[in-house]
Ligand binder design. Sequence first.
Ligand SMILES: Nc1ncnc2c1ncn2[C@@H]1O[C@H](COP(=O)(O)OP(=O)(O)OP(=O)(O)O)[C@@H](O)[C@H]1O
Ligand SMILES: [Zn+2]
Length: 723
Amino acid sequence: MSMRVVDILVPVALDQAYSYRVPAGMELSPGDVVAVPLGARESIGVVWAENPNPNPRLHNRLKDVEAKLDVEPLKAELRSFIDWVSNYTLSSRGMVLRMALRMGDGNPGRERVGVRLSGPKPKRMTPARARVLELLADGLIRSKSETAVEAGVSAGVVDGLIDEGTLETVVLPPEPLMRVPDPEFRKPEFSLGQLAAADALRTTVDQGGYTVTLLDGVTGSGKTEVYFEAVAENIRLKRQTLILMPEIALTAGFLDRFADRFGVRPAEWHSQLNARKRARTWAAVAANEVPVIVGARSALFLPYADLGLVIVDEEHDPAYKQEDGAHYHARDMAVVRGSIAKFPVILASATPSVESEVNARKGRYRRLHLPERFGGAHLPHIEPIDLRREGPPRGRFISPRLAEAVQNTLERKEQALLFLNRRGFAPLTLCRTCGFRLQCPNCDAWLVDHRFKRRLVCHHCGFNMPPPAECPQCHATESFAAVGPGVERLHQEAADLFPQARILVLSSDLVESVERLRSELDDVAEGRFDLVIGTQLVAKGHHFPKLNLVGIVDADLGLGNGDPRAAERTFQMLHQVVGRAGREEGRGVGFLQTHQPEHPVMQALIRGDREAFYENEIALREATSYPPFGRLAGLVVSAADKHAAESYGRALVGLAPKDEQVRVLGPAEAPIAVMRGRHRFRILVKAPRAYDLSGYLRDWLSQAPKTKGSLQLEVDVDPQSFF
Ligand SMILES: Nc1ncnc2c1ncn2[C@@H]1O[C@H](COP(=O)(O)OP(=O)(O)OP(=O)(O)O)[C@@H](O)[C@H]1O
Ligand SMILES: [Zn+2]
């Protein structure tokens, strides 16, 4: 009798698919989701391929597929995408598959139960019961909870009436996750420039097929409104759209804007969804019941029934890079997904990544340009404040000129934003008596003073402790000094300088919940705060109509930390923050407090000369063969023992295949040499642009000695961070 065997990929850290027997009577095809025995456990898995010629010696050892699960199969395009991502990033295929199987427990949750009047009146009547009967007298079915709420009774009252036979229960169909958006709901009136871009995008979607468009528009130019036309067209074609956002904070105002345009809110996908919502969303996306989803990078791995368009908003944002588990860049992988499944991809930004800028210059991406702000608003004027000459008084961080400008803004009843990309009160606490610095016991890092929470916190491992009463070294009391500012300290200073102002501090560590953050951002947009003090959480994408002044407290913060992307990051972030100013009425102005106003990044910002920045940066990258003119991969070796990490790193480098085109640098102690109690060494691999770096790494790492004990090797292709 012929036996059917299939290869099944399971979501664990393994590369290969395992063979299983298909029991008689079970229908299986590639993509089907199944339950299989895996060692002593049962695991979920996905049929990856037929195996027509299984190794005959294995026949008796193969196990049977246990069951086929009742979920939509993973389509071929998603399976190819998983293979591609795994191959490129060198993450095991199983781990990449795992990102596609985040369907919670697969159970979309309780059934919704409805009730309606059916039997005789109950024997005992109470006022509460009477209210329920009155409500249901129209004979309509209502959900149980709705009935209780509308009649103003407890759920117990409704249950009592069901028990007596007065009401009967009916299973209701699940509420749709999202109603169908209406592409004609409210079309905006476009400016001529917007219209041209919107038309071009509509045509692109209409024609379908793989293309990449860089929607390059200045801050406040209406990129969202414009790409909504692409979404509208895709809705008309009845295909699914994914809009990627780098941060949940950004989706707050976005959901409402979407609803203004299309009449309904889009579905959402991010790490804060509860298990039930996650399961429902996953299933609904697969069943083609979600026309538009707004998501964080992991939404790329959802099992779309018919994905026809991906938009990557703020495409330059570093948050698109996932740094743990599989190291992938969601913008790049969105482009890959588009090329595999042959649909258009739109990248939107006012400050494109150098990669996308070069792709547009070389004609690999089409560029649509929006050079002006919508509605005649002007781009903000930017002024440097030279901290060497007109800095703040000792122990203060707001220079007199910035303070005066904020004061004037507040007097005009406009809003101001002070930007400092540093959480907490102060980045360093030291003992004034002996100079001792409070350090993390697990990391090569200082503890950050978080006064609102009364804790000292390590930003790398999360270690935290209450502030000690005395210096651990010299036992002096009351001897600690806070060094440098964080947003909380800035708040203290601002409260002092502007006692009348309603001040809000926005920082990711102070965010209690997504809802809370959304309502706070709403409060800012509605003008319920006068002064916002924030980290990069407020830097991008937001539209606050009354905000006219932005003060960058320390413009130099991200420069000169040895990161090859420091200039790009700093330019993008500062340009974006300042871009929050003057978006509606009044003139926007930005102040850059800096020690180096002559720095090319500062100069490009001050003169509003974006091109100068790109020219400079692109020339530099080209001269040094840095991305996108060359390719990089970072290898991080870490272990509890420093010597073990270093010698493994050395051995690894010794095994690197010889290739004239590839340079292997290191191992060198990482800038953060110890993290979470692990000693870290970095190896940097450089190769030419068109080189198959993933292939090289795979050959190399297949020779690598096994990582034993606490040793770990992390591989990061196209690294974004170098710490
Ligand atoms: N055609 C239009 N009709 C009405 N309002 C518009 C139009 N275009 C843009 N706007 C409004 O202008 C403001 C700025 O638009 P939007 O936020 O889309 O800009 P953006 O290009 O995404 O900016 P940023 O890059 O800074 O996020 C928004 O309030 C938006 O609703
Ligand atoms: Zn730590």
